[in-house]
Design a protein around this ligand. Structure first.
Ligand SMILES: O=C(O)CCC(=O)C(=O)O
Length: 348
């Protein structure tokens, strides 16, 4: 497996004079015929002052979305955001406060420490350790989607993928979060995610790693050893578009701060219910009256077996603490409670 950051071979910088040079190169239906180059740029740098993508960049980025399954749009100077810093900061603050409120609600309602248990509610998911998926809406999220759309809509249009916006939210990777298991967000074509980091993404706080071209292949992470992966460090406010089928994972956050990444999901044929129809449960957080919706990982493709072990240890220590705090319980009772969760998990 190779992980590459910025490599000049893969960066496409469009000089302002080369606008409108190329023909439409890639549409979803006949992607294989039109995108014949084996290695095409996926990273696009935009000069300061340019406020919309050039025609040539749109075509090249659409080709990359089709062939690589990935497009990164960023300003040429590292540190300059493509989307305004103050809008990123407003969304970050909303995500932090909303997550805080939902986790407190979860803890109060279930008595379980939300760091210790995995759960999956309609608007809040905890599928891999210390990484939370929060669905969000309201003023700043609509404005963020609108700003991002100025750059992404022409590219999605050219790739025949400009679907309806079906989800907006934020993945909050807390300090100490582990790397995720390699996964696809779904099996079907026609879905595209746009990620917008709300803070700078570095090798410390955990970029997302992508395996180029894997959206066009079946198979799983076992077959990845010879495949090229990229894990770009990014300035906040940059844009990352990727095909839902592309294999990827969030890397560990070893920094001392959380790493929020906003996301928007678009679908050419929106599913009838539950967001994207696959990643979000219909159970509302308000209904989390008991621990019945909190369970130990093991079935989720985002959690590896070592993460499952870790989560069991964390859950056990939470249960022991709770047993000790109540002064009635014992470590043995905590262990038997853990066994019960495991049995329920296996039975599910
Ligand atoms: O945190 C990341 O970088 C990726 C998150 C992700 O892929 C997921 O939760 O499905």
């Amino acid at each position: 497996m190779s992980v590459e950051g910025i490599s000049s071979t893969w960066i496409f910088v469009m000089p302002p004079v080369l606008v409108g040079a190329s023909r439409r190169v890639c549409v979803r239906r006949d992607c294989r015929q039109l995108c014949s180059r084996s290695q095409i740029p996926w990273r696009f740098q935009i000069y300061q002052g340019e406020e919309s993508p050039s025609q040539a960049m749109v075509q090249a980025a659409a080709a990359s979305l089709c062939e690589n399954g990935l497009v990164v749009l960023e300003r040429k100077n590292f540190g300059d955001p493509l989307i305004d810093s103050s809008l990123c900061a407003e969304c970050k603050s909303d995500a932090v406060h909303t997550l805080d409120a939902r986790l407190s609600f979860f803890e109060k309602t279930t008595g379980a420490n939300p760091l210790c248990v995995q759960f999956d509610f309609h608007n809040l998911g905890h599928n891999s350790p210390r990484r939370y998926d929060v669905l969000l809406d309201g003023g700043c999220w609509s404005r963020l989607a609108e700003e991002a759309g100025k750059w992404t809509a022409p590219i999605l249009e050219a790739a025949d993928l400009n679907g309806q916006l079906i989800l907006h939210g934020c993945v909050m990777s807390l300090q100490g979060s582990h790397e995720q298991h390699v996964h696809r967000d779904g099996p079907d074509s026609g879905f595209v995610n746009t990620f917008i980091p709300l803070v700078d993404v570095t090798s410390q706080n955990g970029p997302t790693e992508f395996w180029l071209g894997t959206h066009l292949q079946g198979g799983s992470e076992e077959s990845l050893s010879d495949m090229r992966s990229v894990a770009p460090e990014l300035t906040h406010g940059s844009l990352v578009l990727f095909d839902y089928r592309l294999l990827h994972r969030g890397l560990a956050n070893t920094s001392t701060a959380s790493r929020p990444v906003a996301y928007f999901t678009q679908s050419v044929t929106p599913p009838p219910k539950n967001g994207d129809g696959q990643n979000f449960s219909s159970v509302k957080l308000e209904d989390a009256a008991k621990l019945q919706y909190a369970f130990i990982p093991g079935t989720d493709p985002r959690a590896s077996s070592s993460q499952t072990m870790l989560r069991k240890q964390l859950l056990l220590s939470c249960l022991q603490n709770r047993a000790m705090a109540s002064k009635e319980g014992t470590a043995a009772e905590a262990a038997s409670e853990l066994n019960r969760y495991e049995e329920e998990d296996l039975a599910a």
